[in-house]
Design a protein around this ligand. Structure first.
Ligand code: ADP
Ligand code: ASP
Ligand code: MG
Length: 444
């Protein structure tokens, strides 16, 4: 069984959904399709949730009406047969009625999740109905029946697999399954999400759960590029990546993949292909254990980073100091991304500032604390990168912009720089020139 995930733009219009049908039907074998919401819909649902929270009734009604028009329009373009069209419209109306009723309830994080995940439910229903109408038999599965994920960072894919396999076995049509990305049930068996962009993560969780032969992530670009194409010109797709390289790039901001996408398949040897729905013949990127080429592969950037400096003379010659500092972050369940130390100070970064006040209060007993907000980690990735001659060019950046921290040597495949986010685009562009557009380009 293969997993094929289609992102928002891939299912964002009737024309792209027709493309998706071609991609599916041109591949032999059993498939589980994971679909996102139509592009733009989850953003509108975020606004809907905010309107509910702020009791803006008119706004709530207007957004739901807009969602109905958008989805009815899609149905009309995809399904000609009058009675099939009516049936699908009624199904969508019924879902929107539930959404309307939900929007009258008191807002909490669970209502928020129910609202946000509606886009996937609407689209998967239309998509499944369209394929059936086109004589592509399929079974629509409700992800809430098996995406039981209590630990977001470390999902129990074995348990998900047990639930899903039982459901699949009981299904009549069992060569094409369709389900919703993004949604999960949490430890209280309540609807929650895998965080924004989470359908990629759904695909790899399911891939690991059912030991899929491969996972394909279909989007609007031909694979993972060597730099962020939103900020840098002349980027190119990287043909092959190891799981570790892809995991670093996803975690450190390559938006094409949700940050945790790779973790469920590391060590499971399930290849992940990144492909373009609009140019399906383009090679794209293959993430696998077979990635051979060593050296620099790509640069990514992760925003909203907070740097914390702890300065203390008591650190001089003392042991056990770092342990105490780490215990504070452990107590408040806050992950540290980068760290550098000198004899009298430690600088480290976090991306989750939910418990920052508590952390600072606890740290103050160990020294003087200073905080820098709005920073970005620029991450340069490639297996064996550190041994490469050209890598030293990277440090020329120090002549151009102030760099707050550098992490070098933590692993063989990653060098990270922390800069003020105001300098991010400049750093990405300059690094691109220094590392990719000179003599290295011949070796790619
Ligand atoms: P989907 O809706 O299919 O999940 P996303 O918008 O989440 O698609 O991800 C695809 C987008 O990621 C691309 O259009 C591109 O702008 C952006 N992106 C950012 N960094 C990279 C990168 N290194 N390689 C490819 N795409 C990237
Ligand atoms: N629709 C969700 C979002 O926009 C999940 C996804 O697209 O992966 O965040
Ligand atoms: Mg995405």
């Amino acid at each position: 069984m293969k997993i094929l995930k289609f992102g928002g733009t891939s299912v964002g219009s009737a024309a792209s959904i027709r493309n998706v049908k071609k991609i599916i039907t041109s591949q032999p074998g059993a498939k589980l399709l994971v679909v996102s919401a139509m592009s733009g819909v989850t953003n509108r649902l975020v606004e809907l949730s905010r309107a509910v929270k702020n009791d803006q009734k008119e706004n709530v009604a207007a957004i739901i009406q807009e969602l109905q028009v958008k989805h009815f329009g899609l149905i009309d373009e995809l399904i000609d047969d009058a009675s099939a069209n009516d049936e699908v419209r009624s199904g969508i109306s019924a879902q929107l009625e539930i959404l309307k009723a939900d929007c009258n309830e008191i807002w909490d994080q669970y209502l928020d999740a129910r609202i946000l995940t509606t886009g996937e439910s609407l689209l998967s229903f239309i998509f499944s109905s369209y394929l059936k109408e086109q004589n592509v038999g399929n079974t629509l599965l409700d992800a809430r029946d098996f995406m039981h994920i209590s630990n977001l960072e470390n999902p129990d894919t074995g348990y998900v697999g047990e639930l899903l396999n039982d459901i699949m076995k009981a299904s009549e049509v069992n060569d094409i399954f369709i389900t919703q990305g993004f949604v999960r049930l949490d430890e209280n068996l309540k609807v929650s999400t895998l965080k924004r962009g989470g359908s990629d993560y759904t695909a790899t969780i399911l891939g690991a759960a059912i030991r899929a032969s491969e996972i394909q992530i279909w989007t609007d670009i031909s694979g993972l590029h060597n730099n962020d194409p939103r900020f840098v010109e002349n980027t190119h797709a990287v043909a092959q990546l190891s799981f570790e390289e892809a995991a670093e790039l996803a975690y450190f901001g390559a938006k094409i993949l949700h940050p945790q996408t790779i973790s469920p398949v590391i060590g499971k040897n399930i290849p992940v292909y990144l492909k373009n729905t609009f140019t399906p013949d383009a090679q794209g990127t293959c993430i696998s254990a077979l990635a051979e080429r060593k050296g620099l592969k790509a640069i990514s950037a992760k925003d909203d980073i907070t740097a914390i400096k702890i300065k203390s003379n008591r650190m001089l010659m003392a042991h056990g100091f770092l342990k105490k500092i780490f215990e504070v972050f452990d107590k408040y369940e806050t992950a540290i991304d980068m760290i550098t130390t000198s004899e009298i100070a430690i600088s480290l970064t976090i991306d989750n500032i939910r418990n920052l006040d508590h952390i600072v209060t606890d740290l103050e007993q160990y020294g003087e604390i200073s905080i820098d907000y709005s920073h970005s980690i620029i991450c340069v990735v490639g297996e064996g990168l550190i041994e490469e001659k050209n890598t030293s060019r990277l440090f020329e950046i120090l002549q151009d912009v102030p760099v707050r921290m550098i992490s070098y040597g933590g692993s063989n495949n990653n060098i990270s720089l922390l800069v003020d986010t105001r300098h991010k685009v400049e750093v990405l562009q300059k690094l691109n020139e220094k590392l990719f557009q000179r003599n290295l380009v011949n070796s790619l």
